[in-house]
Design a protein around this ligand. Structure first.
Ligand code: TXA
Ligand code: MG
Length: 342
């Protein structure tokens, strides 16, 4: 997270742009967001256009610390306040029943709304400045639909460009996102009938949620609300990604090399490999790994190899959010490897 003093002139200018219905990229502790005034449907429409995202996919509304959740949501269960007390500001998004006056543009036509109070100091300063702290900033991750989320301002520039051709009025600088993967999403909008539902795992684990509300959130069923971050193919670089168990990595590399295929490698315990076009050694702990994951995927993508091999990770709880993103980035591991090795 940024330890820099806040650039208040830039933050105030960005707040005015948001109030005028323009798009602003903002740093958060999870990933960078592509923000618009959540109560201005034309501004929210610009997000969908810039991302190339289907308009029936809902976006998260970001709130200033201490904001009135009751303005945005209705029928709020007691569990929501327990989670807010425990984890806000921070990397947790709550799905609640949408208050009737909130435009359905932010919820893709569903009767719910996703709310999150980020902990990043620049995001908080922007949210306090925007509409005097009473507004909400709708912000999906600041990447093109399906692509890897950005964890630095430079990643956002790489996605959308700068200057006259860019759909963004400005990009606020906030250093590298501390958490590195998107927020945990818990759906409490159908609490009475479905209990808490974990729509997307993240840094805050299911066990931590259970500790706060006394109930373990369950996996979504087929009738769960749409969540684009839960699509099978998502979080993917342009180069195909294959997840390979550590014990099979050496053999996979030998076979790829034997048929003249190039590869980039994201390794954690495996030794360096001289035949990789590009490689990255990742930290062994989940926090460090998540922090560097998206930057590593982007860097390996730059090698234009035939495939990015990723050493598979432990299956323990602490890796759940990271494993979820990697599984989606590598949704066709088997198919890719068998085509390359054919
Ligand atoms: O960490 C994060 O959550 C980042 C930062 C910028 O806050 N944002 C983010 O947004 O990851 P996005 O749009 O890329 O992913 C948000 C997820 C999507 O899967 C979306 O479908 C889901 O949240 N979502 C938002 N509102 C929802 C709702 N009302 N019902 C169900 N899912 C919702
Ligand atoms: Mg996203």
């Amino acid at each position: 997270m940024s330890q820099q003093p806040l650039d208040m002139p830039a933050i105030k200018a960005a707040a005015r742009k948001l109030e005028q219905g323009e798009l602003v990229a903002l740093p958060t502790e999870t990933v960078y967001g592509l923000g618009a005034d959540a109560e201005n449907p034309q501004a929210v429409a610009k997000i969908y256009e810039a991302k190339g995202r289907p308009s029936n996919h809902p976006v998260i509304v970001h709130l200033a610390p201490g904001a009135d959740v009751g303005y945005w949501a209705t029928d709020i269960p007691a569990e929501a306040y327990k989670l807010i007390d425990a984890f806000w500001p921070g990397p947790l998004t709550l799905i609640l029943k949408r208050a009737p006056h909130i435009p359905d543009a932010v919820s893709g036509g569903q009767d719910s709304v996703g709310l999150r109070c980020p902990s990043h100091p620049v995001a908080q300063a922007l949210l306090r400045e925007f509409k005097g702290g009473k507004g909400g900033v709708a912000a999906p991750s600041a990447n093109r639909f399906g692509h890897v989320s950005p964890t630095t301002a430079q990643h956002v520039r790489d996605e959308f460009g700068t200057g006259a051709g860019s759909p963004l009025a400005c990009i606020l600088e906030g250093g590298q996102s501390e958490v590195g993967i998107e927020s945990t999403i818990v759906d409490l909008s159908r609490m009475a009938t479905h209990g808490p539902v974990l729509l997307r795992p993240g840094h805050i684990s299911a066990a931590q949620i259970e500790q706060a509300i006394g109930m373990l959130p369950c996996a979504p069923d087929a009738a769960a609300p749409r969540a684009s971050g839960t699509l099978e193919a998502h979080y993917a670089p342009r180069t195909p990604v294959a997840l390979v168990q550590p014990a099979e990595l050496a053999n996979t590399i030998d076979r790829l090399t034997a048929v003249g295929r190039s590869f980039a490698l994201i390794r954690r315990t495996h030794a360096a490999d001289a035949s990789a076009l590009e490689q990255q050694l990742m930290p062994v702990d989940p926090e460090g790994y998540a922090y560097g994951l998206y930057a590593a995927l982007r860097a390996m993508d730059g090698a234009s190899a035939d495939v990015i091999l990723v050493e598979a990770l432990p299956a323990e709880d602490a890796w759940q959010g990271i494993n979820d993103r990697l599984r989606r980035a590598a949704h066709d591991s088997q198919g890719i490897l068998s085509r390359l090795l054919a």
